[in-house]
Design a protein around this ligand. Structure first.
Ligand SMILES: [Fe+2]
Length: 177
């Protein structure tokens, strides 16, 4: 039976094994275990789509803004995990930040400074109307980007229009909403 990493290696790298066992994949393996054990199949689908989607959008935006792409990708994977794990969105930013710290410490994945950076971004990610640190802003914008690009034919939600328009401009895309 192939393990998780071997399957991804085949999918992405024609079976090559080098360079695949990094912190991002270590964390994803842990998160996949949580998601795959969710009983609600629709919520499980949302969990995979949103956490992986935001994680990839974080990578894109962090690259563009010269922010730490590895830590941003990790923050995206963790940012709403509590909501899916507990099936409860109440105060989910604080709960997800606490859960993220617990997981990062359990896996000994990050330094204290890295953990603080990631947890700050998760704690602040719902405050879309205000501006926090450059790293925090990567996660907020990635959250918006995943929502808006899930189905580009869906109307953009009112409270996400401004950030989405700014992202299109930042990436040199001209259509206005
Ligand atoms: Fe989110």
């Amino acid at each position: 039976m192939e393990n998780h990493i071997e399957k991804i290696q085949k999918y992405l790298h024609n079976g090559r094994t080098e360079d695949m066992d990094n912190r991002i994949e270590g964390l994803r393996k842990y998160i996949d275990e949580i998601l795959i054990n969710m009983n609600d199949t629709q919520e499980r689908r949302c969990g995979y789509l949103h956490l992986y989607g935001v994680s990839q959008a974080c990578a894109m935006i962090a690259l563009k803004r010269n922010q730490d792409v590895e830590l941003a990708t990790i923050a995206g994977m963790l940012h709403d995990l509590y909501s899916y794990k507990a099936m409860n969105t109440e105060n989910h930013t604080e709960h997800s930040a606490v859960l993220a710290r617990q997981i990062l410490e359990e896996l000994s994945l990050t330094t204290d400074n890295e953990t603080d950076l990631i947890c700050s971004a998760i704690r602040n990610h719902s405050s879309k109307a205000t501006t926090h640190s450059a790293f925090d802003e990567v996660l907020k914008d990635a959250d918006v980007l995943q929502h808006c690009l899930y189905n580009p034919l869906f109307p953009v939600m009112e409270h996400e229009k401004c950030r989405f328009q700014n992202l299109l401009t930042e990436f040199g895309i001209s259509p206005t909403l």
